[in-house]
Structure formats: structure tokens, C-alpha cells
Design a protein around this ligand. Structure first.
Ligand code: BGC
Ligand code: NOJ
Length: 819
């Protein structure tokens, strides 16, 4: 039995809850009763919103913990209430275009999640309402455009209510420090604009506002008055009565709500633009007069979008922006699902992960983690081609939290960009990811000046060294931290945060990631060995590229040492071992009772070419198919741990089949797909890609439950009670890796230091296809032609030896590759 929401129909033809509209670059959801809230992200740079298919969610400026604008309630029942609240009162009927908060049954409902925007289109009693939510480019605000049409044959007198519940900025304090919070809320109301200025009179120099481009008939800022005693968002007393309380709250629970009386003749349409904005004011200009905030910057922002035309122009600009971004890599193949995911959703998800890292989703609360070092480095791998300038800045931000010895903080807060001391460092894979993303940046752009950029250690002024020195220290960190088998020491954990081999935690509540010593002299990671071999080579290639031939040679010798050690001590006969624990015992070996085989080293060591001459890669991938493959992808390990192993840590704390203990952790599936291309196995590469790809799982949405347009971090494995059910949608490194996998490894359009290279690894069935790729200022129109001729590369009509397209300084290249 699948676990379903009671409203879900059981007929298999209703396994879907919407459909892809590829021409519009949207997913259209046709019911508010998706198995879980299906969400989207608004905003590109600074102001961000999360929005569900019932307009739930919240928004923040830069940092979901420190600058939360609208409140979100954790562990609420039912979930996902609150958010952007719109009510239409039509005589005795109150309804919401997004279904919630009113929860009145609608005559029609549609929600479309698009590139940085979400729209609703719903009707009730011959009134149609369209709501469009987006963050205009370059502005710190959300626009909510409401269009209402009277489709009946008589005049309608409606009242529209809006609503937002303010968060008192620091989302952690907001959810727990009531003894203070309930006395500090402050607001100002001027005309149609409600200003939220809690804590502005003391240390904050920012406020928020909620406004509408029309005269209002009333407003509320006191939640208790708006809702009435013991009522919730679904039936506020003021909405029921059709009348706002015109309250200015002091303390308690500040909100912002407008009411507008709308008269509509038959067929008439009216449009309103609501704006939810965030303002920072220079400290010396905070006040207009004593106690009255300086509203000048707010008024400027309000005026920018206070007409329907301005709002629509900003919306068009956003669409154009995305069309341009998505024109950088575009494929046309006969497989619609591949086209759809590559051309739209993979790249969209990678932008979201670039912006959010793992901080704010419906699964990541925004109050826990900030930006992850390894996470953000990996996100860049798939983001690089979209906006290389932002990638460059991010690399410098990340490198700036590295310590002098090459190790690094594991996370940083996006607002302060300072390393997060609560979690500290000691995750020994981290430094190598910096090499990975910098190498990818240079391959994309050819810009080696980034290596000279003065970059501090631990953000200490005066400690700046060229970025190249940071990479060098990353590489040397692995070289200098090896264990008894000559393999890299694991530290607190490697990519698998739950393989805590030095932790030995016995008490509930201790964090597996920070408890115990961060280092142990024995526990080693075969996964980091794979990383070192792969990224050590990439580092050496950079050295050669910038004329450091001696260093390149030295590093290649180090790479060979780790490669040899891995072949000798990291191979288990049929697959790569995972690790050696703190006692020197094997982890991920056929000799183990549980956890005999892990996915990570199979993917990474094969990608790195370890044991290639001995056929290790092919064997490792066969073993994956034999032991880890299920309907929806490759499980992370097998057999799952059924008891807690103190010497292994969090991995054995999860019930079998979940998360790191035997789910499909989708993140490392593309590693295996790329690995398959490294050994030339196109069938496996594409099969692995397809199995966990969201568009290919749309038909089983009722089982999968999460959004069919983006990856979820995990899909429960066969050992789980709810096999096939996904969790943690949106924020996963899968997004970036899958871009690398399908666009570079499979379709074969590969940025290299010397230029663009064409090296497809596709099945016969996949057929011929075309890719348009913008790269280093030129456009490449590429046709991969499967005619069996094996002629290889032809550029502008001339046959070319090898795979590299020679850069002849042209703006446009016509490229064919014959297989
Ligand atoms: C999760 C991991 C995550 C870690 C981060 C663990 O509980 O299972 O996926 O990386 O927390 O702190
Ligand atoms: C999620 C974390 O964000 C990521 O850093 C980690 O590699 C995976 N979980 C696996 O544990």
C-alpha cells in the first residue's frame, strides 16, 4: 500500500497531479491536493521566496535565518498554512485563488510553477482570479499581481483581502523567544502601505513593507483582531464580516492585510499589484523624524512597480532573462523528457541550489544550515555555464573560509560570509571540492586570473594569498593527512556526512557531525582517495596550463601513489571498498555482514580511472547493478544496517532503506552514470540517468510524492517501509551533477582547458541530436549524427582529428560529430 493523502484518487490514471508545459517552461498542477506541497522558488539575487501550490511559504532577504520577512510555522498541523494570503468575499462565499487559506471548494483551479514565478488561475461562482507571484530582477521585493474578472451576467460587489504574517527577522528567535517577541512588534501605516519596523528603533537598519497600488478600504496589522478569537487563516472574522479592523499593532503578532471593495460589471476585469518589499537604510539616514522611519527608499521601490504595466514589464523581463540563460545550453533530441529536463528543469534546479545551497526549502528549515562548503562547490559544477561571474565570486567567498592548513569550515552564513563555528571543520573531503569547482570554472571560461585573486584564510584581513595557494593547500591537505594504508584520513566524515568513523557517540542528542575528535589517525576513506586522484589530476592540469610544469609533475606523482594504494588496499575483489574504520577494519566489504557495498567509491574511483587497466570500473558498475539497483535508481549501500554501530555513526542510526542507510541518495547516481561513460558503457550511463530522473517518474507521482520537475535528495530504498517515496526535494547536489552527467558526459559537449570538446557517449537508440552551446563568447551549433560512419569531428566542413574544436576566434561554429 502506498501512503497517500486521503484526497488522492486511487485510479492509476490519476497517478499524476499535473503536466509539463514545455513551451511555457512550466509545470502545471491541476489540484491543490498534491501528496505534499509542491513548491517553487522566487528570486535570483538577494530577495528570495518559497511558494507552494497553495501559495504557502515564506520569503527572506539573503539569509533565511537572519533576515526572515514572512513567518513560516514549523511542524504545523496542517502543514503549509500561512504564506501569501488572498481572500475574495463574494456575498456569503469566501474563497482563495490558491485554494488556501479559505479552503473553499473551487470551480476550477490551476497552479503553474515557472522559471522564477508561480501563477494561479481559479474560478468560483463566475468570478475568475489570476494571481502571479514573482521577484522582479534586481529589486528586493515580491510582486503579487491579482486580476479579477466577473464572468457572470450581473454586477458583482466583492471584497478582496490580502495578508502576510511578519516574522520578527531572526527566524530562530521568532519561533522561540516569546517572552521578548510578544512585546516588540512595531508598525507604521501610511495610506495603502504597511511598514514592519520591529527592532528598527534600536540596532536594525532594515524594515519591510506590504503595499498595493490602489486605495484601500481598510487594513489590519494586529493578527488577533484580523482573525478573531480562536480562528485560523481559513476563516478570519474580518473577512467573514467583510470589514478590516484598521488596527495598528503594538507587540503580539504583527501582520499586514489590506481590504479593497471591488465592483465589477459583467465581463469587467480589475488588476491590482501588491508589493512586499525589503529596505535597508544607511544608519545615518534611518529616521524621517523621531520615531518615524525614513520611507524615501521604500517609496522609490513602490513607485517602480505601482502600475499593471510596470509589473507586467518586469515579468516579461524575468522571462526574457530565463530564456537567455537557458539558451546557453539547448538540446534537441527525439527524447522529449531528456529535452525537457536538460533545457528547463535541470538548469533551473541548479540555479536554485546555487542560490540556496542547502539552507531553505520545505525540508531545510532555513534556520539550520547556511551555505555548505562541499555543497556550494558542487553546485557550481552545474552552474558555471549560466553566470560565470557569479560563480567566480562564489568561489572566492568559499575559499575565504578555508584555514591556513588547507582544511576548512564546513559551512558559512550567507549574510556574514563567515565560517560557522558551531559545526567547525574536519570534513576531509571539503578542501578537494574547492579544486573541483575552480577547475570547472577555468574550463568553462578560460579565465586563469581567478587564480591570482587575493583571498584570505578564515576571512582574516591581511592573510590574503592568491587563490592558487588555496588550491595548493587543499591538495597538500590530503597529501599530508593519510592513514596506515596510504589512503586519505576521513576526519569527521567525507561526502557521506553520516559515516562518522571517529565519533563514537553513545548519548542521544549528540551531533554525529561534531561530537568526538575531528581527527583519528586510522580511519581512512576510499572515496576521498577517488576524489584526490580525479581532482589531483585536474589540479596538475591547471599547473601545466599556467606554466607550473614542475609542480604538475610532483602532484601527478602524488596522484599515482594514492592510485596505487587504492588499487592495493581499496579494492575488494568485485567492487571498491568504502573505508577503513578507526580499528582498521574494512567498511563496505564482502567480508562485512551489513553494508557490504557502498555506491560512492564505485562512482568516484571509476570516474577517476582507478584500476582502469585491470577492469575495476566495469566490475564495480556490474556490482552496482547486482546489489544496489532498484526501479528508481541506485541505492547508497546494501545490505542496510539493522542495528546501531557506534564505530560507524549516523549512517547506522537511520531505519533501513532511508537516507544514508540504503535509500537512493540521488546525488551519487550521476557519479555512476558519468563513471559508465568513462568506461564507454553508454547503455548503463543512460539507464542510470533515466531511473531517478524526475520527468521519468512523473507517472508514479503518487508513490514518489515529491515534485516531478526536480530531484529529491532521497528516494526510499527497497528495505524501507515506504519504498519509492521521495524526500527532501529541491536542495540536493544531484542538480549540479546531473547537469554534468547528461550535458557533458552523455551528450558529450565538454568544456576543457583548451576549448570545447565533443565526446558523446550515447546509445544507438538515442539517435542523432543537436546541441546549441554558447561557450567563451562563441556559439557552437553541434549535430551529433549516428550514421554508423564513425567519422568523428567535422568543424565548419573540415574533418578534425580528435575531439577538440579548434578555437579560431570565430563567433559561430558549425560542428558535426559522426558516430
Ligand atoms: C543527514 C545528512 C546531512 C547531515 C548534515 C544528516 O542527518 O542525514 O544527509 O548531510 O545531516 O548535517
Ligand atoms: C546532504 C549534505 O548536504 C551533503 O553535504 C552530504 O554530502 C550528503 N547529505 C550526504 O551525507
Amino acid at each position: 500500500m502506498t501512503r497517500t493523502n486521503i484526497t488522492i484518487r486511487k485510479d492509476p490514471k490519476f497517478m499524476k497531479f499535473g503536466f509539463f508545459d514545455d513551451a511555457a517552461k512550466e509545470y502545471c498542477i491541476t489540484t491543490p491536493f498534491t501528496p505534499l506541497p509542491w513548491i517553487n522558488y522566487l528570486g535570483n539575487d538577494g530577495f528570495y521566496g518559497l511558494i507552494s501550490n497553495t501559495a504557502g511559504g515564506y520569503c527572506f532577504y539573503r539569509d533565511a535565518k537572519l533576515r526572515r520577512i514572512a513567518r513560516y510555522r514549523y511542524n504545523d498541523v496542517p502543514g503549509d498554512i500561512g504564506g501569501r494570503l488572498y481572500y475574495i468575499k463574494d456575498q456569503d462565499t469566501v474563497w482563495s485563488p490558491a485554494y488556501r487559506p479559505a479552503e473553499t471548494e473551487l470551480d476550477s483551479y490551476e497552479c503553474r510553477h515557472g522559471m522564477g514565478y508561480t501563477t494561479f488561475n481559479s474560478s468560483k461562482n463566475d468570478v475568475n482570479a489570476k494571481l502571479t507571484f514573482f521577484v522582479p530582477l534586481g529589486s528586493a521585493c515580491e510582486l503579487h499581481k491579482l486580476e479579477i474578472v466577473n464572468n457572470s451576467s450581473s454586477a458583482k460587489e466583492l471584497t478582496v483581502f490580502s495578508g502576510i504574517e511578519w516574522c520578527l527577522w531572526n527566524a530562530v528567535d521568532d519561533s522561540q523567544n516569546y517572552q521578548r517577541n510578544l512585546s516588540i512588534g512595531e508598525l507604521e501605516v501610511v495610506g495603502s502601505t504597511i511598514y514592519h519596523k520591529t527592532e528598527y528603533r534600536e540596532r536594525r537598519n532594515h524594515y519591510a513593507f506590504f503595499t498595493v497600488n490602489a486605495e484601500v478600504d481598510g487594513f489590519d496589522t494586529d493578527r488577533d483582531v484580523f482573525l478573531g478569537a480562536r480562528r485560523s487563516w481559513n476563516n478570519p472574522v474580518s473577512v467573514e464580516n467583510g470589514k478590516s479592523g484598521n488596527t495598528v499593532a503594538s507587540g503580539w503578532y504583527p501582520i499586514a492585510s489590506h481590504s479593497i471593495k471591488v465592483k465589477l460589471a459583467p465581463g469587467e476585469k480589475k488588476t491590482y499589484v501588491f508589493q512586499l518589499g525589503y529596505i535597508e537604510v544607511p544608519r545615518e539616514e534611518k529616521w524621517e523624524s523621531k520615531g518615524v522611519i525614513n520611507k524615501k527608499p521604500a517609496i522609490e521601490l513602490i513607485n517602480k512597480y505601482n502600475t499593471t504595466e510596470a509589473c507586467e514589464a518586469a515579468f516579461d523581463e524575468l522571462k526574457k532573462y530565463w530564456n537567455e540563460l537557458l539558451s546557453i545550453y539547448h538540446v534537441e533530441s527525439k527524447d522529449d523528457k531528456v529535452n525537457r529536463m536538460v533545457n528547463i528543469w535541470h538548469q533551473y534546479q541548479v540555479m536554485v541550489t546555487f542560490n540556496m545551497s542547502r539552507s531553505a526549502s520545505y525540508w531545510e528549515t532555513g534556520i539550520g544550515r547556511g551555505m555548505g562548503f562541499r555543497d556550494s562547490c558542487q553546485d557550481l559544477l552545474g552552474f558555471m555555464h549560466l553566470i560565470p561571474e557569479r560563480a567566480r565570486d562564489r568561489i572566492i567567498d568559499i575559499a575565504s573560509i578555508q584555514f591556513e592548513n588547507g582544511s576548512t569550515y564546513h559551512q558559512y552564513q550567507p549574510l556574514t560570509k563567515r565560517g560557522n563555528a558551531d559545526i567547525g571543520g574536519g570534513f576531509n573531503d571539503d578542501p578537494l571540492w574547492l579544486v573541483a569547482c575552480t577547475a570547472a570554472y577555468i574550463r568553462e571560461t578560460g579565465d586563469t586570473t581567478i587564480l591570482d585573486h587575493p583571498t584570505p584564510f578564515n576571512n582574516v584581513e591581511g592573510s590574503e594569498k592568491p587563490l592558487m595557494e588555496h588550491l595548493r593547500r587543499s591538495i597538500n591537505f590530503t597529501i599530508n593527512n593519510k592513514g596506515p594504508h596510504g589512503l586519505p584520513l576521513i576526519g569527521r566524515a567525507d561526502w557521506n556526512d553520516c559515516l562518522n568513523l571517529n565519533c563514537f557517540s553513545e548519548e542521544p542528542g549528540e551531533s554525529f557531525q561534531t561530537f568526538g575528535p575531528s581527527e583519528g589517525p586510522v580511519a581512512e576513506s576510499v572515496f576521498i582517495a577517488g576524489m584526490f586522484v580525479k581532482y589531483g589530476k585536474e589540479y596538475a592540469d591547471i599547473c601545466d596550463y599556467v606554466g607550473l610544469a614542475d609542480e604538475a609533475k610532483t602532484i601527478r606523482a602524488e596522484v599515482d601513489k594514492v592510485k596505487a594504494a587504492t588499487e592495493e588496499f581499496g579494492w575488494d575483489g568485485e567492487w571498491f571498498l568504502r573505508a577503513y574504520d578507526a580499528y582498521g577494519n574494512k567498511v563496505g566489504s564482502n567480508e562485512c555482514e551489513e553494508g557490504k557495498i557502498f555506491i560512492e567509491p564505485q562512482g568516484f574511483c571509476t570516474m577517476a580511472g582507478i584500476g582502469q587497466e585491470k577492469g575495476y570500473g566495469a566490475k564495480a558498475l556490474d556490482s552496482i547493478y547486482k546489489h544496489l539497483m532498484n526501479d528508481y535508481g541506485i541505492e547508497i549501500l546494501a545490505p542496510c544496517y539493522t542495528t546501531y554501530h557506534v564505530e560507524l555513526g549516523e549512517i547506522s542510526s537511520y531505519p533501513p532503506g532511508y537516507k544514508e542507510n540504503g535509500a537512493i541518495f540521488t546525488h551519487n547516481n550521476p557519479w555512476c552514470s558519468v563513471a559508465a561513460t568513462v568506461i564507454g558503457d553508454a547503455e548503463k550511463a543512460f539507464d542510470i540517468y533515466k531511473r531517478s530522473c524526475p520527468a521519468f517518474l512523473e507517472d508514479v507521482s503518487e508513490i514518489h510524492r515529491t515534485e516531478p520537475y526536480v530531484y529529491s535528495q532521497m528516494i526510499a530504498g527497497r528495505a524501507a517501509v515506504h519504498y519509492g517515496e521521495a524526500k527532501n526535494s529541491f536542495l540536493t547536489g544531484t542538480a549540479a551533477w546531473v547537469v554534468v552527467d547528461i550535458t557533458q558526459a552523455i551528450l558529450g559537449v565538454q568544456p576543457t582547458l583548451k576549448g570545447l570538446s565533443i565526446k558523446p557517449c550515447v546509445t544507438k537508440d538515442f539517435g542523432s541530436y543537436k546541441v546549441t552551446r554558447k561557450f567563451r563568447g562563441a556559439t557552437y551549433n553541434i549535430s551529433v549524427i549516428q550514421d554508423g560512419s564513425g567519422k568523428g569531428l567535422v568543424v565548419d566542413g573540415n574533418a578534425v582529428e580528435g575531439n577538440l574544436i579548434p578555437d579560431t576566434g570565430k563567433k559561430e561554429y558549425s560542428v558535426e560529430f559522426y558516430i
